[in-house]
Ligand binder design. Structure first.
Ligand code: NAD
Length: 255
């Protein structure tokens, strides 16, 4: 049976680990040729190598998403390698340091906004430019439940993820008629390095123990559970999905 992304070309940022690596693995398994990208060269190359060993057609490009010329390079390299860009998952992000707003370091604020919001903006800008040339495409941005509601202690992260939700809605209404669909996923707590870092800053060495009770489903999520939603949104099955902001959070924001 043909995969959901057979003959598609996908860019996935933040694919050295966590949710991005899970998405790269799932997308490749569903037939996509995947451009794995990350600022972490060793981890990104490892993701690509794992997929290559499993028989998939993949490449790795190191890019800092907050740098316009590197993002331009990522899109150009993808077109060189695979001929076009059909799908993009803008997933690279950082958590920064925990502090309430009055104690939030200005550097911390700037760094989080630069990577999470400006990074997503730059990726969308060059991906959409390439998709317009081809006549369409699909984009999924990784927002967060922190893009839907506030969380004490992470004001810059919350602002950056709310910003991603705004950019997603805007691009959806700007480019829908040109066959580009843009949606965002809003994960709850997912078992990755980022969650471990946040838990550690809160004095816990067990992110699951700390955060599972606040999720009505009774546990934290797995990266693959976010990747499955990304896959569906990128596939032709989701052909009327545009500008949707979808929690994948075990009912966290339903409370
Ligand atoms: P992660 O730390 O494992 O993955 C993030 C990846 O982004 C890393 O591989 C990192 O190297 C990369 N990255 C960081 N800065 C970059 C930059 N400037 N340019 C390119 N790549 C960069 O964490 P994750 O949980 O897999 O995070 C993936 C996305 O999911 C992030 O956008 C995060 O905000 C979001 N998210 C995570 C959770 C969670 O609980 N883990 C919840 C909601 C949203």
């Amino acid at each position: 049976m043909a995969g959901l992304l057979e003959n598609k070309v996908a860019i996935i940022t933040g694919a050295a680990a966590g949710i991005g690596r899970a998405a790269a693995t799932l997308f490749a398994g569903e037939g996509a040729r995947v451009m794995v990208s990350d600022i972490d060269e060793a981890g990104g190359a490892r993701s690509a190598q794992m997929l290559r060993e499993a028989g998939h057609e993949v490449a790795f490009y190191k890019a800092d998403v907050s740098d316009a010329s590197q993002v331009q390079g990522l899109v150009a390299r993808t077109i060189d390698a695979f001929g076009r860009v059909d799908c993009a998952v803008n997933n690279a992000g950082i958590e920064g340091s925990i502090a309430n707003l009055a104690e939030c370091g200005d550097d911390n604020f700037d760094r989080i906004l630069r990577v999470n919001l400006r990074g997503t903006y730059l990726c969308m800008k060059y991906e959409i430019t390439a998709m317009l040339t081809r006549g369409g495409g699909t984009i999924v941005n990784t927002a967060s439940i922190a893009g839907l509601i506030g969380f004490a202690g992470i004001p810059a992260y919350v602002a950056s993820k709310h910003g991603i939700v705004g950019l997603t809605k805007n691009a959806a209404i700007e480019y829908g008629k040109q066959h580009i669909r843009v949606n965002a996923v809003c994960p709850g707590a997912i078992d990755t390095r980022m969650l471990d870092s946040l838990a550690e800053q809160l004095g816990s060495d067990d992110a699951s123990e700390l955060l599972a009770p606040s999720h009505p489903i009774g546990r934290i999520g797995r990266p693959i559970e976010v990747a499955e939603l990304m896959l569906w949104l990128c596939s032709d099955r989701a052909s009327f999905m545009n500008g949707a902001i979808i929690p994948v959070d075990g009912a966290y924001v339903a409370q």
